[in-house]
Design a protein around this ligand. Structure first.
Ligand code: GLP
Length: 239
């Protein structure tokens, strides 16, 4: 695992966009694993800018998002489908983009379908990740073990508290989500995790320096041959 420390969140966003741009330039038909949350927004804005300037073409790329809430409609303002449309897909020419369906009538079948689809596409070339305050990646919450496949997750109080800021009230935050599993993330050829701000400092420390422990799901990335953490000074303050 490599850790690269930058002065501020803007520099982290640009560095992350550069890694994605390099991936797409090297392999125009890349399979990208994408993330939601506030962490990737700066990166997405930079990718959109380069695309508009004619410097970056996604017309052969396919993307798979990490996760989606269960029980809110795809066009709900807080859904990850809506987030991705408004923050990236509406402004670039991605050939195909996929987000798991948190409202599928058979959620277990949807988990299997999603994993099979990624495998059929050849696996993920570059997986972008944020990190939860509790060290989660995607919605893989602290647990007694690492779960390999896409799964339905009960969100922890800490995650519901953290994500409440996007909803009108805490009661509106869904309590369940569908999430790519740890196997899906570890199978990506390259993993890029971004973390900014003091609130992430403990999770970053635990992931980088603590034991490899499913209570801090991001710690498994220490066993990935090509994982890069892009962090600002605040998120790196406990390293
Ligand atoms: C959510 C998402 C994660 C994301 C995390 C951090 O829980 N499921 O994929 O990494 O939030 O979000 P933020 O970047 O907004 O801090």
């Amino acid at each position: 695992m490599q850790v690269r420390i930058y002065d501020n969140a803007q520099q982290v966003g640009t560095a992350c966009a550069m890694l994605i741009a390099a991936q797409v330039t090297k392999k125009p038909d890349s399979v990208l694993g994408l993330a939601t949350g506030s962490s990737p927004i700066g990166c997405y804005q930079q990718l959109i800018e380069w695309h508009k300037a004619g410097a970056l073409d996604f017309s052969q790329c396919i993307s798979y998002n990490l996760d989606e809430y269960c029980g809110i409609a795809e066009d709900h303002i807080c859904s990850y489908h809506d987030f991705m449309n408004k923050n990236l897909f509406d402004f670039i020419n991605m050939k195909e983009h996929h987000v798991p369906n948190g409202n599928a009538p058979d959620l277990q079948a949807e988990c299997k379908r999603y994993d099979a689809e990624i495998e059929k596409a050849g696996g993920i070339d570059l997986q972008l990740l944020g990190i939860g305050n509790n060290g989660h990646i995607a919605f893989n919450e602290p647990n007694k073990h690492f779960v390999y496949g896409t799964q339905i997750v009960k969100l922890t109080d800490s995650t519901i508290d953290a994500n409440q800021r996007f909803f009108n009230s805490r009661e509106e935050v869904p309590t369940q989500a569908i999430s790519l599993g740890i196997g899906g993330i570890m199978n990506a050829k390259c993993v890029v995790l971004i973390a900014t701000g003091k609130a992430k400092a403990q999770a970053v420390r635990d992931a980088v320096k603590g034991d490899m422990d499913p209570q801090v799901q991001a710690s498994i990335l220490r066993g990935h041959p090509n994982a890069i953490f892009l962090v600002d000074k605040d998120a790196a303050s406990l390293l």
